[in-house]
Structures are given as C-alpha cells and as structure tokens.
Design a protein around this ligand. Sequence first.
Ligand code: DAH
Length: 338
Amino acid sequence: MNPFDQAQTMLQEIQEANLSSSESAEEFRIKFIGSKGSLKSLFAAIKDIPNERKKEFGQLVNQIKQEAEAKITAAKKNASGANKNKASDNDLTAPGVPYEMGTRHPLSLVKNEMIEIFKRLGFVVEDGPEIEDDWHNFTALNLPENHPARDMQDTFYIDYEANKLLRTHTSSAQIRVMEKQKPPIRIITPGRVYRNETISARAHCTFHQVEGLYIDKDVSFADLKQTLYYFAKEMFNSDNIRMRPSYFPFTEPSAEIDISCFICDSKGCAVCKHSGWVEIGGCGMVDPAVLTNAGIDPEEYSGFAFGMGIERVAMLKYGINDIRLFFENDKRFLEQFS
Ligand code: DAH
C-alpha cells in the first residue's frame, strides 16, 4: 500500500473509532500515537515521498495526528464526566439511616431527680474527691483509729502508708464542706463510693450515694424528718417511710430510713428481705464532735445529715431486683429508660 492510501485508511479508522471506555481510549492512543504507534511510521515515510507531494502528505499526516489527539481528549473528558456522575449517583429518595439516640443511665436519671427535689428545699450541690484520706473519711467523722465501727465499711486502701483510700461513703464530703464554709450550710453531695464487698444482687464494690447536710442555728430532728418525708413524697409519691433508731458514729441520735417496698407492695420479696421495708439510707443529728472536728462551734450550731444509696432508690423506683444490672451496660436494660 502506498503511503497516501495507508494514511487515508488510518484517517478513516481514527474517525470511525468508538472510544466509549477509558480502556478503549488507552488502546487507541497506544495504537496510533504511542511511541511505537502507526503515526510514527507515517512521519518516517515523509522522507521517501517525492518532493512535489511532500507538502500534501505532511498536511495529511498532521490532520491524522490532530484528529487522533482530539478523539483521545474527548474520550478522557467523557470518562471523567461519567465518574463524576457516579460519585453523585446516590439515591436521594432513599430513606435515611436513623441515628441511634443514647439514653440516660437510670442512675443519672435518679441522681438528677434527687438533686431537683433537694434543690427545691434550698440544698445546693457540692462535690468531694473519690480518693480520700483517713481524716475526711473516718477520723473527722468521729471514727478514730481502731474504732470498731470502721469494720462496718470494708475499705479499699490505695496506699495505707501514704494515707490514700477510696472513700467508703460520701459523708467525707461533709467534712470538706464544713472546713471551707461557715453555716448556714445546706448541701447535697452525690457521688461514687467504694467498698470491698462481695458482689451480689444486693451489694456491689462500687455504688453511689447522695449525702445531705444542713447546719444552722436551731436545726432539729423535726427538720430532718420533714425533709425526708418531702423527699419520699416527691420521689415515690409515698409518705410511707419510717425511721428506725440506729447507730452511726457521726450522728447522735441516728436512724435508718426505710421506705415501704414497692416491688412486692410490702408483701415480702427478695429485695426487702421479706420484711416489706427497704432501707434507703441513714441519717441523724450531726454529732457535736464532728462539728468541732470541722471547726464549727456545736454550742452555736446544730444540724442534720443523711446519706442515701442512689442504686437503692433507683431499684425501688423502677422495680429492679439486681444491683449488678446498673454496671453491665446491657443495651436491653438501658433502653428501657429512654
Ligand atoms: N455514711 C453512711 C453509710 O454509708 C450513711 C449515713 C448515715 C450518712 C447517717 C449520714 C448519716 O450522713 O447521718 O452507711
């Protein structure tokens, strides 16, 4: 085939090529304008063309080159256009994937409700450290070393020598508040406490308490009683509570606070140990020795204190019969509080 015919055939082939995919465009490029492509041989043929036709042939070869290149450019543009479409190929009418909303933990719900109730009586929320020292957790609360009542609370010591322990009750926060504030004091301190206890349906090594403290002139046991009645009424819509004489080193007199068991309607169940009553905490009039330890004159001021277990209150409120459920983070349990 003479070079002119060869060029014409190539031009026709280029014009007819269908470069629908990026693969076919690449094949086309290699075949025609790649370093070993057919255009190269056409350019090489120019030197053998008789002089009077060189110009004509050169123009033809140039045309072929330009058309081939234009074709490739167009094919590339098409391919990227198609990809662009693909990227936005979302089905905008498809239903959305719903966000799973978390729920508040039942202990947070109950804690917040307790805070709200006591706030209405003028109590403000205070905080204390979970890592405590012996003075705030024991000694200042009228529990000197070797006091038998220390056995009531099995303590986790972080470092006995360095006087570091995990607080066994939120009562330690009482002392911290009294040390830095002058009466009148009306505070609650919700928080986590730790005890070296065997874990069971009724007990855990970590749980939560709300401590309450009210110090002012002429505070009486009647104020304490009314405060607890108000709490029971607001929290459980029940004033079916009772106070049983008890002993705590930091209060005198002391009492245990019981509320009638909702779980069994006071008929007797595992939660109330078949007594119809559930203990939700302890309370009493702050012992004068504790006031003195914290720098408050017991001749001038008196006060009451109470400590309640948040888990206990939550178990009663929601009819939960195993304290371990609060700490397992089982979604099937938590979702019930949404
Ligand atoms: N701290 C006690 C406990 O954890 C509870 C308690 C009893 C707190 C009597 C008080 C109180 O403030 O007055 O068992």
